[in-house]
Design a protein around this ligand. Structure first.
Ligand SMILES: *Cc1c(COP(=O)(O)O)cnc(C)c1O
Length: 452
């Protein structure tokens, strides 16, 4: 299994050809879904004592398994938060896989960590964090949020110890009622309580609301969480007022910008993030709107030392690594072994340059503004809320939840689009999320026609 023999050479050619074909395809297939029973019947056993051989396994993937997955990078996949990795990022992901880099320590993966840090530096600069800031790429926003909040709790706990005050019986996380589901999930893992604060009419959390809650929960607060680009509506909380309250009360301020943080790169949207530089930690998912392949979340720390105190693992068998400088990516989140998953993102940034990123994000913002106009003009649909960033939420006039569901299923079956219903203020809505620069206004028209 570990030697490169002629039959492997044939397999290598086939795999490279397939990967290249998939990268070149325009448009990509929409793909689909299947039941386990369908797949079992079509495939038969694939894991056998003698092996079915690489060519047969590849055929099983290309002919049966891949078509049973949706292509998240399809120009009409507009549900949830899609993805649209660049050609350079996709290709370089193959190299990262071939390279066997241990991405956990500087000593073992210095070159990879250096490049990842360059990409992280671009993000900390966009956010305006100071020069000591740094972080690490983790699998996703969920792990990023959890790692950040554990860091916040560490800092709160250290502060209370310094002041000689007791630790609370229960830690509290102050979040907004629009926070992503991964934030309450993190609280459950931490066995902390969540206090979901109300947002104003424009759905933004504000500093005075946070200040009131801090008066009430005092020393029990482990961190305050704001969202920069809510998943359902693309709304950015009032980061400046929240950040100022957190600074003055010495409370850890985390900004969840998993989806929206990409828009820091777009000059037209940057002012919406005013105050993000006050954050103690930020997450941004390049696998969402910065055109990196799954899985890739940037977790940024204003003071990486806080992360070290919370996350560095110490053991006799790791001591050797610590003697080679202190920037070990494993120290900054909940993990030890890690794929150098920031490398495809770094490679793509290096290849195309940051201006191309700014332009691509602006393109998405422009298409979402055009989509909003189309919705205002069409007789059968109406905007449910003013679009935030690249999320557009709208009603199909006269339809109930079942109609939305049936239309979504029909559009997928007909390979028109993958657009699923969401809810807004208790009412069913359709939701577009634009992160794919290949999506055009013609795509919007075709989808709106399918809803007529
Ligand atoms: C997607 C998302 C997350 C979770 O990120 P994953 O990468 O899916 O784990 C967290 N917060 C927000 C605001 C998101 O949009």
């Amino acid at each position: 299994m570990h030697y490169y023999r002629p039959e492997i050479d044939e397999l290598a050619t086939k795999i490279m050809e397939y990967a290249r074909w998939r990268a070149e395809l325009e448009p990509v297939p929409m793909g689909g879904t299947a039941t386990a029973e369908d797949l079992r019947n079509e495939l038969g056993p694939t894991i056998t004592p003698d092996g079915i051989g690489g060519l047969a396994a590849l055929k099983a993937f290309t002919d049966v398994l891949a078509p049973a997955c949706l292509s998240v990078d399809h120009n009409r996949y507009l549900s949830f938060v899609p993805a649209a990795p660049t050609e350079a990022a996709i290709l370089f992901d193959l190299v990262v896989g071939a390279e066997s880099i241990y991405g956990g320590s500087w000593m073992e993966g210095a070159g990879a960590a250096y490049a990842e840090n360059e990409a992280l530096r671009w993000l900390t600069d966009l956010a305006g964090l100071d020069g000591n800031a740094g972080g690490v790429f983790v699998p996703g926003g969920t792990v990023g949020n959890l790692s950040a909040l554990v860091g916040g709790r560490q800092l709160a706990s250290d502060r209370l110890a310094e002041l000689g005050r007791p630790r609370p019986e229960r830690w509290v996380l102050l979040i907004s009622n629009t926070a992503h589901s991964s934030v309450p999930a993190a609280a459950r893992v931490m066995d902390a309580d969540v206090v979901a604060l109300p947002t104003d009419d424009d759905r933004r959390l504000r500093g005075d609301t946070v200040a009131g809650a801090l008066d009430r929960y005092g020393d029990a607060v482990a961190a305050v969480v704001a969202t920069a680009g809510t998943t359902n509506l693309g709304i950015i909380d009032d980061l400046r007022s929240i950040g100022e309250v957190c600074r003055s009360r010495q409370v850890f301020f985390h900004v969840d910008a998993a989806y929206g943080g990409a828009a820091l790169a777009a000059p037209s949207a940057r002012p919406l993030f005013d105050g993000i530089e006050l954050a103690d930690s930020i997450i941004i998912d390049p696998h969402k709107w910065l055109f990196a392949p799954f899985d890739c979340c940037a977790l940024l720390w204003r003071d990486p030392d806080v992360a070290r105190r919370a996350h560095a693992q110490n053991a006799d068998y790791l001591a050797f690594l610590d003697s080679f400088g202190d920037w070990n990516p494993s120290d900054f989140a909940i993990h030890l072994t890690r794929r150098a998953r920031g490398l495809p993102f770094w490679f793509s940034l290096a290849t195309y340059g940051t201006d191309a990123y700014a332009q691509a994000v602006e393109t998405n913002l422009e298409v979402s503004a055009q989509a909003a106009r189309r919705i205002q003009e069409a007789p059968h649909v109406q905007l449910a809320f003013e679009p935030g960033l690249s999320v557009v939420v709208f009603e199909r006039i006269g339809w109930v939840a079942e109609d939305y569901q049936a239309c979504s299923e029909r559009m997928l079956a007909d390979k028109v689009a993958f657009v699923v219903p969401s809810r807004h203020d208790g009412k069913p809505v359709f939701r577009f999320c634009f992160v794919n620069p290949r999506t055009t206004v013609d795509d919007i028209d075709a989808i709106l026609d399918a809803m007529a």
